[in-house]
Write a protein that binds this ligand. Structure first.
Ligand SMILES: NC(=O)C1=CN([C@@H]2O[C@H](COP(=O)(O)OP(=O)(O)OC[C@H]3O[C@@H](n4cnc5c(N)ncnc54)[C@H](OP(=O)(O)O)[C@@H]3O)[C@@H](O)[C@H]2O)C=CC1
Ligand SMILES: Cc1cn([C@H]2C[C@H](O)[C@@H](COP(=O)(O)OP(=O)(O)O[C@H]3O[C@@H](C)C(=O)[C@@H](O)[C@H]3O)O2)c(=O)[nH]c1=O
Length: 258
């Protein structure tokens, strides 16, 4: 029976994986949240690894508040950088295979065709830079790892764009959404299945891209969310300039799947 330690288990991906964990009776999942396993604390990470001796670690713990990260730089780097460093060190010590999630936001968005795995990252916001730091630590410290970059995760769990849109539709008859940032929404449950397959098929270690098939703008994504949920609301396409945010976001961040 493979033992899988899951970090950040109260977040969107953690909840998604937990909801389908019963489909994998041959896997012994140990779900740990921030209270039981704070990845920024090396001694806690070591203690947990010493006790659990995981075969795999799925790292879902992260600082994901893209705008907040611009002002809370230290926390973003502590969690997305140092936290990943701590996990990678513990993985080396225990021969644990790390499955680490990264993001389309490590790219600058200046391309107009999908980003290849070996395109040079050039993040344009603090969240992206901190996630890139995490990738760098994994590559530096480990040989047995999967870095899986994904984009625009949505689900019925935790915080995500879909939930934000549904919430906003309760209080508004009309909503403005940017139509000039292009990406690929990705179903968190489908990503969980991809990660489980990666593990079970013992695929080659390295960097992977995983995303939903549909490429669209946030505006188009919002329209489809409302359509699928039979919500009648006016959605206005706007430009990035018309929706000022603390963090810059890539104009185009579709990941190549080849
Ligand atoms: N959401 C998205 O659209 C995308 C996400 N990703 C990546 O996927 C991964 C999972 O994302 P998602 O599930 O959506 O993120 P969430 O923000 O929903 O979950 C992250 C979890 O990590 C926890 N956490 C924060 N700091 C620590 C810490 N020091 N130790 C342990 N746990 C901690 C958070 O707890 P708390 O809430 O208490 O802070 C939260 O429960 C991340 O690596 C993210 O970068 C990649 C592309 C798109
Ligand atoms: C709420 C809202 C957002 N927007 C815009 C702002 C932004 O450009 C875009 C998306 O907004 P959000 O802040 O919800 O999404 P954001 O947190 O930027 O999503 C990103 O999260 C990180 C964690 C990732 O790794 C990325 O792949 C991506 O999913 O939509 C509107 O235009 N209208 C609105 O009412």
């Amino acid at each position: 029976m493979k033992k899988v330690l899951v970090t950040g288990s109260k977040g969107q991906m953690g909840q998604a994986l937990k909801s389908i964990s019963g489909n994998y009776p041959k896997v012994d999942f140990v779900f740990m949240d921030r209270d039981s396993l704070d990845i920024t604390c090396q001694s806690v990470v070591d203690e947990v690894f010493d006790k659990i001796l995981p075969d795999y670690c799925f790292n879902f713990a992260a600082y994901t508040a893209v705008d907040k990260a611009e002002e809370d730089v230290e926390s973003a780097f502590k969690i997305n950088g140092e936290g990943v460093f701590n996990l990678a060190k513990a993985c080396v010590k225990h021969n644990t295979i790390l499955i680490h999630l990264s993001t389309d936001f490590i790219f600058d968005g200046t391309k107009s065709s999908p980003y290849f795995k070996d395109d040079i990252p050039n993040p344009i916001n603090v969240y992206g830079v901190s996630k890139l730091k995490g990738e760098e630590y994994v590559k530096e410290i480990l040989q047995s790892y999967y870095i899986v970059r994904t984009s625009w995760l949505y689900s019925d769990f935790g915080h995500n764009f879909k939930q934000t849109m549904l919430r906003l539709s309760n209080a508004n008859d009309e909503i403005n959404v940017v139509d000039d940032q292009i990406g690929a929404p990705t179903n968190a449950l489908e990503l969980c299945c991809f990660l489980m397959n990666l593990m079970q098929e013992k695929r080659e270690y390295g960097v992977y891209h995983y995303r939903g098939e549909k490429v669209c703008s946030w505006y188009e994504f919002a329209v489809s969310i409302f359509r699928e949920n039979n919500i009648n609301i006016k959605v206005n396409p706007i430009t990035t300039e018309e929706y000022p945010t603390k963090a810059r976001r890539p104009k185009y961040s579709v990941l190549d799947l080849g």
